[in-house]
Write a protein that binds this ligand. Sequence first.
Ligand code: C2E
Ligand code: CA
Ligand code: CA
Length: 698
Amino acid sequence: MADKNKREKTYKKIKKKNIWSSIVAVVLFSILSVLVLAAIIQTLTLYVIDEKLSAEYESIKDMGKLYEGKVISDLSGLYSLLDSQDRDYVIVNEAGNVLHQKGEATYSAEKKEMSLSDHSESIFVYTDTTERGVLFIDQRGLVSVDVRKLHAWLRSTNEEDFVNKNKIEEYEARYENTGFSMFGGWTPDLFGLVRDSLKVDKLEFPIWISLDVNKGMEELIVRAMVQINTRDFLLILELVVVVMALIGLILVAMLISTLSTAVKQRRITTLFFNDGETGAHNWMWFLIKGQHRLRRSNSPRNRFAVVNLEFVKYRNYCVCHSLPEGQKMLKKVHGIINGLIGRKEMCAHCSSSNFALLLRYHDVEELKNRVYGIIEHLELIGEDKKFSFQAGIYLIDPFDDIDLERDYNNACTARASMADSDDSGIVLFDDRFADDQKWLSAVEERQSAALANEEFIVYYQPKYDPSTQKLKGAEALIRWESPDLGFVSPGKFIPIFEKNGFITSIDHYMLEHVAKDQKRWLDAGYKCVPVSVNVSRAHFVEDDLAGQITSIVDNAGTPHEYIEIELTESAFFDDKKAMISTISKLQQNGFAVSMDDFGSGYSSLNSLKDMPLDVLKLDAEFFRGDNTGDRGRVVVSEAINIAKKLNMRTVAEGVEEKEQVDFLASQGCDMIQGYYFAKPMPGSDYEKRMSAEVAPQG
Ligand code: C2E
Ligand code: CA
Ligand code: CA
């Protein structure tokens, strides 16, 4: 679980570096830059114009003062004095009639109020209507520049540059509808403007300033010239260009970093989500993307199943051919599966021979057929050989919380149930697996405490001589009396302990208890017989197994001839040398060693040849079903013969019928361990058996 969270966190970290945030930053920065640039231009231009206009206003105010001061009482004297000011002006009375004028009255009809930065009072102005009336007062009462007019005027000033004068109109027409001013919008031909401005020394723009005179009975409208040196203008432009260049540089840097982040992120996610061997998506990708997909789409109407697909004997293939050849095969497998699944389905290569699939389905049978179909395709990937594939399927419960790792594990469990077979096949995970899983956890949770609390009990199953009916031996068999699981038979927990390694503790426990029981019975005067104890194959990885067994028995003070060691047939397939050496040491120490389950599963004649064993235990299978016929008898009698020739005693296991007992007696079988004589029993019952001369007839 902790691992899963770590993985999700790492993935989220990578995701956080998402380039979208960088792109948004670039866009925001661009917008901000444009606004800042516009503000800079506006402030600077306003400052320059404001400065010039103020100067003009001051001198026009002087004209007003002449009027107000009544220095000149006759009008014609006043007019000639005003005329001498070298400015065009118009005097209008309250009714709007022109009383006097000098020069052409090119002011607009509308008077607008504006404020100058160094004047607290407002002034009233009219825009000049001629081509050079580049300045006007905008809605906010600010002096603005009509760039369109400025452009046109500059061009007409540099007339010689124009081959065709119509171009001015054309130019004007082009920008007519945009209606922009320097501050209301952006001129698209900034460089044209600069180029044209460079051809004149100064830019002069007329604007008409209105003054109320003669106590407001007349209005003096004077044409003021706002003079901007090209130098001022260029200074602003230079600044703008520098700022623009800076912004441009920053933008390029940001774009480069965004691009490199994008490339890096791609590389990291590829590494994070791909498997190096086949280039296919890996388990991490399956888990993280699969969880997302399920969260978005999993519903009772849109069901998903997770599949664990195993390439059976993949490792063998790699050994026979080569690892790169094997990886080529995996690539092929991945390609085929990808071609057979839908857009919303997923396939990943999880480990060497395992693939994980997330499939959609409506009907379980249809899903099974689909998986069969995929396997049928995959079986043919080799040119001359048919391969095997096994699939475990887990149907994801749309009402359960989403946990793809758990679900995949269930699919793996279902698949693992086919592990004994090398053929292709599919298994659906059902309640049986869930129960097994629950049982496994229940057993594993309790095993250590059970051992400490002595919940494991030794049962004894007597072995009788079929000819004399006398007790000749016994086998110690474990039982578990669990306070919460109840009475548990060894078939339900021994395989679990064999898998998880706890079996070694169990076998030591059993040996110790049997040795102690035997010692106690000997001391009590019982006529004791050898008791065999099972030793699992898992012990053979330990050093000095014979030494350990000897010291356990010696600790109890039991003579060695009362303890026999049973080794299962499958153990003989492990390290033969270690096995032979252990058997020899045990025999040197005075313990008899028997081969358990002879004849079950694999052929063990070979082991008989190599192992110097004392007892051969014929497996119960010899006495079940069809084997009871003539052929079965032949096999049993020959097995007994072989044992005799090898100086081994024989024990027949699982004997339930009288005829079997008689037959075995006739063949010279030494002992019989079976329900016919006795079932495994607690020590107290076994004591009674020891006391009795012959077997009670059952
Ligand atoms: P096993 O060693 O082959 O033990 C013989 C099994 O056959 C016992 O099952 C016994 O109860 C059963 N059996 C004996 N006679 C008859 C018969 O006439 N009919 C039938 N149907 N069954 C008969 P059990 O006690 O259930 O043990 C099962 C297996 O569990 C054992 O097979 C052995 O492999 C393992 N086991 C039991 N105790 C221990 C132990 O202490 N250590 C280890 N390592 N394994 C143990
Ligand atoms: Ca046994
Ligand atoms: Ca056996």
